[in-house]
Design a protein around this ligand. Sequence first.
Ligand code: MG
Length: 384
Amino acid sequence: MRPITIQSIILHPVALPLVEPLKTSFGEEPYKAAVIVELTTDKGVVGWGEASVETRPGYSPETMGTALHVLREFLVPLLVGQTIDNPAQVPALLRSVRGHPLAKHSLEAAVWDALAKTNDMRLADLFAIYAPEGHQSRNCAVVGVSIGIQPTVEDTLAIIHKRLEQGYRRIKLKIKPGWDVELARAVRAALPDVTLMLDANSAYTLDDAAHLAQLDALNLLMIEQPLGHDDIYQHSKLQPQLKTPVCLDESIKSADDLRLALELSALRILNLKPARVSGYVESLEIYRLCIEHDLPLWIGGLLETGVGRAANVAFASLPAVTLPCDISATDRYFNPDITEPPFVLAENSTLPVPNGTGIGVEVQRDRLQQAVQRWQQYNPYQHS
Ligand code: MG
């Protein structure tokens, strides 16, 4: 592996208008915000990463404000000047800073991209080097689509039909109390054969177990994160009361969290968001755990721009990612994105891994600049 020496790291705070604002149980944001990381090596190779943070501490405690602060003041200085020939060096170098997984992930992702480009390989093939023997990229990610909370069941069905026509084969619906069993029943009645799952984003408590058990009759692929965002124990009490598999998302922030959840039988499926667990090094450890425990795995998304999306598609192309992922085509989110070419849904509900080296998509400087200006105008909390 040819090493890289990190010469500089530039942070670009951006705001992109969403094609369709995504409403979940914690609300709605007008723009997709992110910090785009531009890492340049001493050989002039540029690696890109993304901290897919929101303006408010909703899904994650991290925000645009915390990410810019922690990256600029603490994390970036730990990496500039370092020579790296193995991505596992990055979490070790950043260890003195606790927490802030999305910020750490953005730097690690930029290192992975720069290392892959320096070694003339696709990021997917670099991941495969650190995956278990024989785990080569399948050259595409199998994907589904996530549908936010809509005003009515009719609106939901209309969007589902549109997505099915576009070629998506797995439908995920966001739910919250008062918008759950009846919705799922109506959708199941209208579409008896569609692969359907629900995501609760921590909107329930263990007291809702009997209510949620009504979902068992609806042949759902899974219910995602019904209970507390940092809970494992109560999920272990819920799963035995449901036939529907519980999938954990927010609760699993590290490989150790997954070990605990497996020990307690708190889940039957894992949604891995590489950013949530600090990056792809930790993600690969989790990937190995899933193989060891025969745990179905899929890759979730945080509405990443093309930068983060490309890296997630590469990771999701590994063969032990056995369920459809929440990584949709670009036109579902941004028009245009900051990268080219766009991700376009291909046959069998897949997104192909781009052929270029590294993440395989090119950041468009003019669009990046526009997105930075949009952030400067929008920035609701005046973080520079
Ligand atoms: Mg989720």
